[in-house]
Design a protein around this ligand. Structure first.
Ligand code: GLA
Length: 783
């Protein structure tokens, strides 16, 4: 054992002796094992009631308050991920201090009588940038992430050793609060690779977690794909599930194992451009009540979601669905740490299963305050933020330019294009604004799958400038290898005198604008010198600064609804991303980062504001969309005329809530899948679908990364948010649903992005919401 760990253990034991520690967490080595259908804590039956909390999503001064809130809710354990990319932001530079001090977080849990479950990844998902993996891994272009790629495994081993130094001394066997440690994360929804998962298990053990209980988590539909014989298996599912169904398969395979839902989803995350997600409190509590009545352990994901500050929010996939800054999650403890009605309803139920009276709900560490409107008067253009310049024949990605987060300005000189043409950006990640000689000609938004812009005729020697902002890297599915910037070709095509002519644009100059407070301050101080004339862009994009005065400090919500898209820093703290489209319009500014007197607000707006004023309000706005185009897919012009079309398959789905495959007689070629739903399983007029896949002629699933919804006659875009794209978002717990009152038949049309050969369709009804009806009669068209 290292000196520092001996010291930590000593301090911990002294704290316990001094009586500052909660009563239940063991001080001298204890045990946590499995017995017959139960966990055993120090040899006695124990039900884990865990609260998932993420330390980077909570300002450190508030950590203990949030832990106490969980304790008062009746929880006995805190569950946390370890986010590799926040600890190793540059290769070999590890940081476990301050906001990153995971050992202190665990000690605070122990001090408050809570046990701890640690989930060190290396991949964590969590709607976190790249699922917790560091972006710099992508500097090795051909790296195979979450596989036994030698470089990936070498880096994992180094990181895990550091985690071990921090946390292995805090396992229960050594007097600490940690009872369980997770190996990898939901590998079943990524692939099938037991040797890889086993290698991660070995690395975790080797890092010092020698005798603590190790476990895996997955979905009921796929946990056997990677389940290792020597590890505990736990299931993940959400509010509204049928508990017995979720554990049925596990019970068959391991009849004597204790049962645990290691992620029971209290709500869900929000993405830019779609309504705020909620889940009913009554359903959540009913599920927890049932689990507790059956002695089933659980971890409530999230009990308090908090905030993905700065650039740490990730993006979902298939498609590209970046997550908003708030990670409120409709959790019982809201984003700013207050108890919601959901909290109190759950607390009543938890009280039934508690040993004694639950502690009273702690007071908030800060009051909620508001600040009247004020202007951010100071302004410099975006180009003042340029940090480095380089040139190459083809465009380079952020990773090739050695920049993790921010914006790159790409410029090149154009040939003469005498006629109007089309500019195609293949793989502009993520938000590209295109200028010719300083004038904006259009933009592409990866969220909307846009790749082309109509161009006016251009003169030889004109300069094209493309400003590409990167959002969060994808954190889910195979697409996590998500390079930023211009990741493919840029070409202009035009019809010149009857000939289709294409120019592949070469010889690019790239200028990086890293996303950091330091860089913003440098820009506001005048930048790095003269800005070349081609970067004089007619836009209000740039850096803005202003101040506001406070007599009293408190938690508050900065309203950004008049602004375009970008980042905010308050007193040097990265507060997070904003985007006019919503649904989130305010950013949580914790009072612990404010001060009496003057406070500074810096905004980097890559699009430009409508007005340069901001204000702080005393409640958040998480559900206000300001879309340029509706996110419903009900444009009558997109509805195919199927009257004379011949379906490739017709029939009835069964009422079983499981995968069902429809073979199409013979394989059919087409770009679109149209599913006409003739009836619902429950006889009503509402149908839903959790997931859909198309198989090729050989029975292999067709990649869904470029799928979009072409048309849906009805989508429930309110509350729970059940638009058509939820049918292929790789999340079995989200689903497309029509709304009540719209008559049958219903129609969902999916654009696969290109012509495919389809041999079969796989359909999954909603498995997690038992009140939601699946489809009965169907007609499937491929065209
Ligand atoms: C999965 C992952 C979590 C999180 C949730 C959705 O269960 O394991 O990290 O992404 O989905 O919030």
């Amino acid at each position: 054992m290292q000196k520092s760990s001996i010291f930590r253990t000593l301090v911990l034991s002294l704290a316990l002796l001094a009586g500052t520690a909660g009563a239940s967490a063991a001080s001298d080595g204890g045990t946590f094992t499995t017995g017959n259908k139960t966990f055993l804590l120090n040899g006695k039956p124990f039900v884990v009631k865990a609260a998932e909390l993420h330390y980077p999503r909570i300002p450190r001064p508030y950590w203990e308050h949030r832990i106490k809130m969980c304790k008062a809710l009746g929880m006995n354990t805190v569950c946390l991920y370890v986010f590799w990319n926040i600890h190793e932001q540059r290769e070999d530079q590890f940081d476990f201090t301050g906001q990153n001090d995971i050992a202190e977080f665990c000690r605070l849990a122990q001090k408050n009588g809570m046990y701890v479950i640690v989930r060190p990844g290396p991949y964590v998902c969590a709607e976190w940038e790249m699922g917790g993996l560091p972006w710099w891994l992508l500097k090795k272009k051909d790296i195979r992430l979450r596989e036994q790629d030698p470089y990936f495994m070498e880096r994992v081993e180094k990181f895990m050793a550091k985690v071990g130094e921090q946390l292995a001394p805090l396992t229960i066997q050594r007097g600490g609060p940690i009872i369980m440690v997770q190996v990898e994360n939901e590998y079943g929804s990524y692939g099938e690779d037991k040797p890889y998962v086993a290698a991660i298990r070995d690395i975790v053990r080797k890092s010092g977690f020698t005798d603590v209980a190790l476990f895996q988590c997955d979905w009921a539909s796929n946990f056997t794909r990677n389940g290792l014989d020597d590890l505990m298996w736990t299931m993940n599912f959400g509010t509204g599930s049928n508990i017995d169904d979720q554990f049925r398969h596990l019970r068959e395979l391991r009849p004597d194992a204790p049962l645990m839902c290691s992620e029971f989803w209290s709500g869900w995350f929000d993405k830019w451009g779609a309504r705020h997600e909620t889940r009913p409190a009554a359903d959540m509590v009913a599920n927890i009540d049932e689990m507790l009545s059956k002695g089933i352990s659980f971890s409530l994901y999230m009990t308090h979601g908090g905030t993905s500050f700065g650039h740490w929010a990730g993006a979902n996939s298939p498609g590209f669905a970046p997550d908003v800054t708030s990670y409120d999650y409709d959790a019982p403890i809201n984003e700013y740490g207050a108890a919601t009605p959901k909290y109190y309803t759950l607390r009543e139920t938890m009280q039934k299963y508690a040993d004694g009276k639950l502690p009273s709900v702690p007071k908030a560490p800060a009051q909620l305050i508001s600040v009247p409107k004020f202007e951010l008067k100071e302004y410099v253009p975006l180009s003042f933020g340029i940090d480095s310049v380089c040139s190459a024949r083809t465009p380079l990605t952020f990773e090739e330019l050695d920049m993790g987060w921010g914006t790159v300005v790409y410029s090149t000189t154009l040939p003469e294009v005498a006629k109007s043409g089309v500019l195609t950006l293949n793989g502009a990640h993520d938000y590209a604004q295109v200028y010719i000689d300083g004038r904006c000609v259009g933009r592409t938004d990866r969220v909307r799958n846009e790749t082309t812009i109509a161009l006016p005729p251009v003169k030889k020697g004109s300069v094209m400038t493309i400003v590409v902002e990167g959002m969060g890297r994808i954190n889910f599915g195979r697409a996590i290898k998500d390079f930023k910037g211009l990741t493919g070709d840029v070409a202009i095509s035009a019809d010149i005198d009857g000939d289709d002519v294409t120019w592949n644009l070469k010889d690019w100059t790239m200028r990086t604008i890293p996303d950091s407070y330091e860089n913003a301050v440098k820009a506001l101080a005048g930048g790095h010198g003269d800005v070349p004339s081609e970067l004089k862009l007619s836009t209000r994009a740039g850096y803005y600064r202003g101040t506001f005065n406070l007599k009293k400090v408190g938690d508050t919500f900065l309203n950004m609804e008049k602004w375009g898209k970008g980042q905010v820093y308050v007193n040097g703290h990265a507060i997070g991303r904003f985007w006019r489209i919503g649904p989130q319009q305010t950013l949580f500014v914790p009072g612990c980062w404010l001060k009496k007197g003057s406070n500074e607000v810096v905004v980097l707006d890559v699009v430009g504001p409508q007005e340069t004023e901001v204000w702080c309000q005393n409640k958040p706005e998480l559900d206000k969309l300001q879309l340029e185009k509706s996110n419903l897919h009900n444009n009558p012009g997109d509805r195919p005329d199927l009257n004379s079309a011949k379906p490739s398959a017709t029939g009835n789905f069964s009422s079983a809530r499981e995968w069902q495959t429809v073979k199409l007689g013979s394989a059919v070629k087409g770009r679109y899948i149209a599913i006409e739903c003739l009836g619902a399983q429950d006889g009503g007029d509402v149908v839903s679908m959790a997931e859909i896949y198309a198989q090729d002629a050989a029975g292999k699933r067709i990649d869904r990364n470029s799928w979009t919804v072409k048309y849906a006659d009805s989508e429930d875009a309110a509350g729970g948010n059940h638009t058509g794209d939820k049918a292929f978002d790789l999340q079995e717990s989200t689903y497309w649903s029509t709304v009540s009152g719209v008559s049958l038949p219903h129609l969902l049309v999916i654009d696969m992005g290109k012509i495919q050969t389809v041999g079969a369709i796989e359909y999954l009804p909603c498995t997690t919401q038992t009140s939601v009806s699946g489809i009965k009669g169907y007609k499937i068209y491929i065209y």
